[in-house]
Write a protein that binds this ligand. Structure first.
Ligand SMILES: [Zn+2]
Length: 271
């Protein structure tokens, strides 16, 4: 599943090719994604200039003067830039044809992605209005995280994966940041000191920033490539490494299911 760094990598990959272009034509091949693609999009966007590409959480925001196209990659979606004559492939459900002759195509085999339109302020859209701060913004820090968690008895892992607390900390990055902060994933939120919350907030920012930086090396793939930014497996210390030695103490990494998600941790280093 694309997580925040993959979405940010996608944004950086496509933005230079589509910002400032006018929409020549919108093609909807399969409208039934997670929600139906609005059928008036072709009329709404035809001839309009795409001003910029922004991101909020895992939503990509294609900004126009008269509104915003909201895109989500779901479980399996990817975006790529192709030439006008590039053959349409299976699962290519949506396409923006641009005035420079290239096209932005959404491929999504499992169709959990989304393409939606709002003519209102995008921050008020129901999908975006309740989102917590961006982990890389200044509003997100240990004191904020401590305020969110100090009265909750649920696990710290659930708190940081809740998009109302902070956006974009998916399962992989939750496991990695808790390992780096030496906090056990099942520890109750109300039993963690503010100092440890500060360490955790720093590690969340660090692990996501590193992943975004590494994602930058795959940018060329957005041009006529498969559009799939790679996962950053080489830098993961615990995620997917059950049974392997912990990089901190050498004891085996454990894997247990917590809130239906595979959770990787070191029972010695994390407490
Ligand atoms: Zn360890």
């Amino acid at each position: 599943m694309p997580e925040l760094p993959e979405v940010e990598t996608t944004r950086r990959g496509i933005a230079p090719h589509i910002s400032g272009q006018r929409i020549r034509r919108v093609v909807i091949r399969q409208p039934r994604l997670r929600w139906p693609i609005p059928d008036d999009l072709p009329q709404l966007l035809k001839g309009r200039k795409l001003l910029s590409v922004a991101r909020r959480g895992k939503y990509l925001l294609l900004v126009f003067h008269h509104g915003t196209l909201i895109m989500h990659l779901g479980m399996s979606g990817s975006l790529r830039i192709v030439e006008a004559d590039a053959a349409v492939q299976k699962h290519d459900h949506f396409e923006l044809q641009l005035s420079n002759g290239s096209q932005l195509r959404l491929r999504d085999p499992r169709r959990f992605g989304a393409v939606l339109w709002t003519g209102q302020a995008v921050t008020d859209h129901p999908l975006l209005a309740a989102l917590g701060p961006e982990p890389l913004d200044e509003a997100f820090d240990g004191d904020y995280l401590h305020d969110c968690g100090k009265n909750r008895r649920s696990s710290i892992k659930q708190l940081i994966m809740d998009g109302k607390t902070v956006v974009g900390v998916g399962n992989i990055y939750a496991c990695e940041s808790l390992f780096r902060a030496a906090i056990h994933p099942t520890r109750p939120c109300n039993r963690i000191s503010i100092q440890r919350y500060r360490t955790l907030a720093e590690e969340i920012r660090e692990v996501l920033a590193e992943a975004v930086t590494q994602g930058g090396t795959t940018l060329r793939d957005f041009l006529n490539g498969d559009g799939k930014p790679g996962y950053f497996a080489q830098s993961l210390r615990v995620y997917g490494r059950a049974g392997e030695p912990c990089p901190g103490c050498g004891n085996p990494i454990r894997n247990k299911t917590l809130a239906q998600r595979s959770t990787f941790y070191c029972p010695t280093c994390q407490h």
